[in-house]
Design a protein around this ligand. Sequence first.
Ligand SMILES: C[S@@+](CC[C@H](N)C(=O)[O-])C[C@H]1O[C@@H](n2cnc3c(N)ncnc32)[C@H](O)[C@@H]1O
Length: 347
Amino acid sequence: MERITDPKVLRQAAIDRHQHRFYYSGRLVVPCVPSLLEEYVEQFHQVFISLGKKFAPPEIENLKNILSNSLQEGYAASTHANLVLEYQPESASGALVYKVSTVIGSVAGQYQGWIQEREPPLFRPFPDAKAIDMAAKLGDPAQVRILEIGPGMGRNTLALGRIGYQIDALEVTEEFVQHIQQEATQEGLNINARQGDFLDPLVRFPLQTYDMVFASEVISHLHNQDQLRLMMVKVADYLRPGGIFLFNTLLPVEDYVPDETVRQLSVVHCCSLFTKPEILTSLEALPLWYIMEESQLEYEKARQPPEASLPENLGWFGLWSQGGGLFSLPPGQNPPIELSWIICQRT
Ligand SMILES: C[S@@+](CC[C@H](N)C(=O)[O-])C[C@H]1O[C@@H](n2cnc3c(N)ncnc32)[C@H](O)[C@@H]1O
């Protein structure tokens, strides 16, 4: 048997032997997007390879099955679900072992995070001109009843309340409700803000009561077409005949139909996409008619004070309203979606 004495070879051999004492552990966290299974498996495997733990084909297959189940489970449970993979070496063999779990979040949880991390106002400081203009067509403010779904910090609810409208506001994030109610009480406004999820079947409002139901940047939180339908059914219940539903949504241009991957990504990025035919389907057999759509940015630019368009006032909204929350395209190339005002009317 040959005895090796070459210091260079032996140095490397000692380092190789030493490998099993290396301890790697970590956490990989990704949003639950079932359509990205192949990409996630590849990315995770690349991390393992960088740690010197290349998987054999059956191990990759096993990882894929585990991830597939968790991604589907998480995505079905919430628009805010993360998959967490925690890995570490097994103490005896040094082989990489991992454990996969899902963490289910919520819309309210997302905004509670914003409250802690960001400076107010979390949304733009100016009310939507479209909301003010549409409300003005409804008659004497003291007689007009408005329901706002998802008012956030209340930039529209409070502005409408100051004009004198009677507002009910339903907001899923408790801290926002408290903020609105405090402001409304201080200013003596006719606003009743309450906490709840509009999609909850047990959350009800009086039937055929409201002249306008209004939702700004809320459709983008819906999970799927069933939720859109549920929202339309409830809105139709609460509007008085002739009343209007004013909402905005990131509307795809006519010749663009998002594929499943883009749809799932739109949901987890709070940019949920519904095409015009899908919106029309959600209204089927309801006494709620699609009246018109128009670009929100163009409408608001023309009617809001010029300072509303300054970058410091637009914040993330400028990019988001043009689809930048979902697509990263090179400068000069625009996504095929745009935030649009849509008006429906109750017959
Ligand atoms: C992007 S923010 C917009 C806030 C406000 N409408 C504005 O334009 O400034 C969306 C808001 O809708 C609320 N929201 C989302 N889904 C909701 C639901 N199903 N029921 C009630 N509120 C909801 C969120 O908590 C958040 O305050």
